[in-house]
Write a protein that binds this ligand. Structure first.
Ligand code: FE2
Length: 199
């Protein structure tokens, strides 16, 4: 069965008052995410990856020694990344369940210190990529950054939170101000209930 583009879990204009416009979501979900779905399906058709799960394909095609990843990896990992990303935001974002606050404080010293580390990771990613909060294989929480479509699945980590720092994610609303986009994401857009459910 071919992969499908999931609907956004909210209306296209639902995040507009929180700093992510309808136009951004129309381009980002309806055009960019759809392209990863369509290209991914095309590339895996007739290969050993057809019928496998997204995670199986990501783990099976990630080449840790490569300067550039394959087309199958790039499109399927970006398909997965965006599936997570929409769920990680909410029109009611902002408030944090106590278990998340406790875990972030234990791991990073405070919620603010976590936000600083996450924003620094996203701001410091040269070119396209993602900033992540992950649960590592030893159970510890870490902030990481990855290039292009690379994601925590490649390293057997659990993605608790991810922020897309490709220009297509922020250029309409924030132009070249990636740090402002990251701060707004952390303060106004994150669905902390979703983060709690991933812990
Ligand atoms: Fe994106």
């Amino acid at each position: 069965m071919a992969f499908e583009l999931p609907d956004l879990p909210y209306a296209h204009d639902a995040l507009a008052s929180k700093g992510m416009s309808k136009e951004t979501l129309e381009y980002h979900h309806d055009i960019h995410h759809k392209a990863y779905v369509d290209n991914g399906n095309k590339l895996i058709a007739g290969t050993e990856w057809e019928g496998k799960s997204l995670e199986e394909i990501i783990k099976g095609t990630y080449d840790k020694g490569a300067v550039a990843q394959s087309g199958i990896f790039n499109n399927i990992s970006q398909l997965w990344n965006h599936n997570q990303f929409w769920e990680m935001m909410s029109p009611n974002g902002g408030s944090m369940p106590s278990e998340v606050e406790k875990a972030l404080t234990e791991s990073f010293g405070s919620v603010d210190k976590f936000k600083e580390a996450f924003a620094a990771a996203g701001g410091g990613q040269f070119g396209s990529g993602w900033a992540w909060l992950v649960k590592d294989t030893d159970g510890s929480l870490k902030v990481t950054k990855t290039e292009n479509g690379v994601n925590p699945v490649c390293f057997d980590q659990t993605a608790l939170l991810g922020c897309d720092v490709w220009e297509h994610s922020y250029y309409i609303d924030f132009r070249n101000k990636r740090p402002a986009y990251l701060t707004n994401f952390l303060d106004n857009l994150v669905n902390w209930e979703n983060v709690a459910s991933r812990m």
